[in-house]
Ligand binder design. Structure first.
Ligand SMILES: Nc1ncnc2c1ncn2[C@@H]1O[C@H](COP(=O)(O)OP(=O)(O)OP(=O)(O)O)[C@@H](O)[C@H]1O
Ligand SMILES: [Mg+2]
Length: 534
């Protein structure tokens, strides 16, 4: 067995927090190796060390069975890693949206013809012709078809991901690291990605994939390594394991993968009523969202068109759809009606909110879990305790005669991070230093603090581990049984099917279908999301 990568006793800590402890890991050449583990287990850190973003405190990495970097030598930077044939696709793609695919791929690896050698590097004309030729060859060889002249912003997230992979291949990567690559993909795009990854492996490349989706691990990987609290706690060949075994290894206890929603409690009056809501403003949301919207066929998908929607107390209404089909605008229309709603009415707890400010609306008893926690949910450079205070600063007991009551804040934050298992349990650590899943748990702890009567939960379990998914689902169901209304916006079919009492499908800014619980299969829902029969 030839090894592509081997970690020997790798250690890494961040100011006293141990992220990787004595990591030993062997990855076979030409295989797909999955890395799974709880939030904060140290998966991204280990892979960022391999990619040269972080330097380890101690330990060695072997590439192709030869020591690379390591003790006593300056550790590699990402450009050294790229030079060694290692490439990484980060969870948030790093493409420049207004530029073409070709420009994005060439950025940073510009080559010019030998004729121009006599000019200083920055002044040599780019050799786009041979770059194009090489890319066309790679596209054909690996089945990664993209239009090199298309602008990135006009492409779906699935295609953008293909470009990220093509970019790595253009740089001659032999080892491809993907950190949670399917978090933003549709089921169809995920299947395509898997086919492409399998093809790459057949041609001798090695793929390392970090994911929280155990179904995907079972469908894709050859072998899986489980991280917990900075340690490797288990390794399995795929044929000798199953989802339950992996979930148990990850969190150290049995996990209920799918929560069974108890029978619907008696519905109360409507908490949210939207009638004929259309928006004209152009919301400048994330580029990937815009991209899908366009790729899915029309330019109108960034606006809402004639939305009729109600959520009752004690009910979970699921909005299912590929991201970028109006979900972000729906949230904006409710939270910022003065800026976004052009026509129609929105009532919250029976009151017309057209002229209200976001603060007034939230103060009526509403919690919001935003789909992009980094942009809308957290101040990454501020400590956890201040992030916990966001939006609650005028509430007793945090506000005393106009001043922040620090002892109360400290106490409430400590309690919340204990209850929601935010790790590490430090109220003073920067929110940006928490792992992705732990950031999500912090936002959820804050938004549920005052038992809101209406909750918007957008992609509430994105990037969280199976144990945390179970916890968050239970928390949402608890809100429902206490009589709160929940608008659950999710592109995870499993999540919508398990939790929602009613499922609405959003496509190009409109609601194109509605199903009561149990009336639709995963496959049918997936097809509707893609605009089937439209
Ligand atoms: N730049 C940083 N500064 C300080 N601490 C960090 C930094 N990056 C990671 N950590 C800490 O290291 C630990 C491991 O984090 P890491 O991001 O590797 O986890 P992960 O397994 O990728 O989790 P997730 O599934 O949530 O993405 C966490 O406790 C995290 O808070
Ligand atoms: Mg991570």
């Amino acid at each position: 067995m030839t090894l592509a990568v081997e970690f020997r006793g790798l250690n890494k800590s961040f100011r006293g927090v141990s992220a990787n402890r004595d990591i030993c890991l062997k990855i076979k050449k030409g295989s797909i190796h999955a890395i799974i583990g709880e939030n904060g287990a140290g998966k991204s850190t280990a892979m960022k060390i391999l990619y040269g973003t972080y330097q380890p405190d101690s330990g060695d990495i072997l590439i192709d069975e030869k020591v690379w970097g390591g003790r006593g030598k300056p550790w590699a930077s990402p450009s050294d890693a790229i030079h060694c044939g290692i490439g990484m696709v980060h969870q948030h793609f790093m493409l420049a949206a207004p530029h073409t695919v070709l420009d994005n791929i060439l950025l940073g690896v510009e080559t010019s013809s030998a004729v121009w050698k006599w000019l200083l590097p920055g002044f040599r004309p780019l050799d786009r012709k041979s770059a194009r030729k090489k890319l066309n060859q790679l596209s054909a060889q690996y089945g990664l078809h993209v239009d090199l002249d298309a602008k990135v912003e006009s492409l779906s997230v699935g295609v953008q991901q293909r470009i990220e992979i093509l970019k790595l291949l253009y740089r001659d990567a032999k080892i491809l690291i993907l950190d949670e690559p399917t978090a933003v993909l549709t089921p169809k795009e995920t299947l395509e990605l898997f086919e492409n990854l399998k093809k790459l492996c057949h041609q001798g490349k090695t793929v390392i994939i970090i994911t929280h989706k155990l179904k995907e691990v079972m469908n894709l990987a050859n072998r899986v390594t489980v991280f917990r609290a900075g340690l490797v706690v288990g390794e399995r060949e795929i044929h000798e394991t199953n989802i339950e075994d992996l979930a148990c290894l990850m969190v150290g206890r049995k996990v209920n993968i799918v929560q069974e929603a108890p029978p619907l409690p008696v519905l109360k009056g409507p908490v949210l009523e939207m009638k004929g809501v259309s928006t004209i403003s152009h919301f400048s949301g994330n580029p990937s969202g815009k991209a899908i919207a366009k790729a899915s066929g029309g330019t109108s998908s960034r606006k809402l068109q004639n939305i009729d929607l109600s959520v009752h107390g004690g009910e979970i209404v699921g909005i299912s759809g590929v991201e970028g089909n109006g979900q972000a605008e729906l949230i904006q229309a409710i939270l910022h009606p003065r800026d976004h709603s052009a026509s129609g009415t929105i009532r919250l707890f029976g009151q017309n909110i057209a002229e209200m400010s976001t603060e007034q609306i939230k103060a009526m008893g509403m919690g919001v879990i935003p789909d992009d926690r980094l942009r809308d949910g957290l101040l990454l450079n501020r400590p956890v305790r201040e992030n916990f205070l966001l939006g609650l600063q005028r509430k007793v007991p945090f506000n005393r005669y106009g001043m922040i009551a620090f002892n109360q804040l400290e106490e409430a934050t400590s309690l919340a991070i204990k209850e929601y298992d935010v790790r590490p349990k430090m109220t003073g650590i920067r929110a940006g230093a928490l792992s992705g899943g732990n950031q999500q748990k912090l936002v959820i702890a804050r938004e549920f603090k005052y038992s809101p009567k209406f909750v918007i939960a957008a992609q509430p379990t994105r990037g969280v581990d199976v144990g945390a998914v179970e916890f968050i689902h239970k928390r949402i169901l608890k809100a429902r049984s206490e009589g709160s209304g929940v608008l659950l916006i999710s592109s995870e079919l499993d999540e919508i099917l398990a939790l929602a009492d009613r499922i609405l499908v959003m496509y190009e800014g409109r609601i194109i279908a509605e199903f009561p619980r149990g009336a639709v299969t995963e496959k049918e829902l997936g097809m509707k999301m893609g605009g089937a029969a439209q």
